[in-house]
Write a protein that binds this ligand. Structure first.
Ligand code: ATP
Ligand code: MG
Length: 248
């Protein structure tokens, strides 16, 4: 699903992560942990070509991100659902139309402007809303939703494009513990029932341990831990969060 060999990623020409080797198989549920500023979002965004790949070989869904054409990038983004830190919903639109906007990659600009979708597309959006339990909110404006409802709308929007891979940037950071568990359960269900690979940046170590099959720890420009939750011991955690502990 993902293959990185000796990859450096950054902004302009300044690397944030360097010499990264990483392979992710279909069906994995990966949690990325690390301090604020470590490069978690940078890594996730690079998987859909939203940060600069400075060097190395980088393939996602077998497409070469490091040398993708505009057309290749469009194909990649249609196969990967991205759930943004902060939801990225359109406030003035209701839940249904926010969810439908996830299909924009497949329909014409004109149809999206006049919000013309066919019955099969509505059915599909309804199924996705049902899967995350927001079908009863379909006609509510998205700026009238709670944080958990917004996050579930963002997940449904990613689901309508039938992704092979879901990238979630801190999907539960802004949620209370109960809503956080609801959202993680939904991601787990999508992963287990449909075989969709999930990669999520997580600030909650306990959630990473509970839900992920594999954890990546990022620190000082590299992946310093790559293993199962059982393998992640307190020394690894100390290493990943070292600067914060030293400061404390
Ligand atoms: N658009 C940008 N241009 C230049 N530098 C950036 C940009 N976005 C992020 N950075 C820098 O890249 C580094 C990694 O940032 P990133 O957002 O990936 O961290 P993070 O691990 O996701 O942090 P957080 O947990 O706070 O979300 C930081 O030093 C940040 O200042
Ligand atoms: Mg981030």
């Amino acid at each position: 699903m993902i293959f990185l060999q000796d990859v450096s990623i950054g902004y302009q020409h300044v690397p944030v992560l360097q010499n990264i080797d990483l392979q992710v198989d279909k069906g994995e549920f990966i949690g990325i942990i690390g301090l604020s500023g470590a490069g978690k979002s940078t890594l996730l965004k690079s998987m859909v070509g939203k940060t600069k790949i400075l060097s190395g070989e980088y393939r996602v869904c077998n497409l070469p991100v490091h040398k993708s054409s505009k057309k290749g990038m469009k194909e990649l983004r249609s196969r990967v659902g991205f759930i943004f830190q902060g939801y990225n919903l359109v406030n003035r639109l209701n839940v249904l139309h926010n969810v439908m906007s996830g299909m924009l990659k497949d329909i014409s600009l004109m149809r999206s402007v006049i919000k013309f979708y066919n019955a099969a597309e509505f059915d599909h959006a309804y199924e996705c809303m049902k899967l995350v339990g927001i079908e009863q909110l379909a006609l509510k404006r998205s700026d009238e939703l709670s944080g958990g409802e917004r996050q579930r709308t963002a997940i449904a929007r990613a689901l309508v494009q039938n992704p092979e891979l879901i990238l979630a940037d801190e999907p539960v950071a802004a949620l209370d513990p109960k809503s956080a568990v609801t959202v993680m359960d939904i991601l787990q269900n999508i992963n287990r029932s449909f075989g969709v690979t999930v990669i999520a940046n997580l600030h909650h170590l306990d959630l990473a341990r509970r839900y992920c099959s594999r954890i990546l720890g990022i620190s000082e420009g590299g992946i310093i831990f790559d293993g199962s939750p059982a393998e992640l011991c307190s020394q690894h955690v100390e290493l990943v969060y070292r600067r914060r502990m030293l400061a404390a």
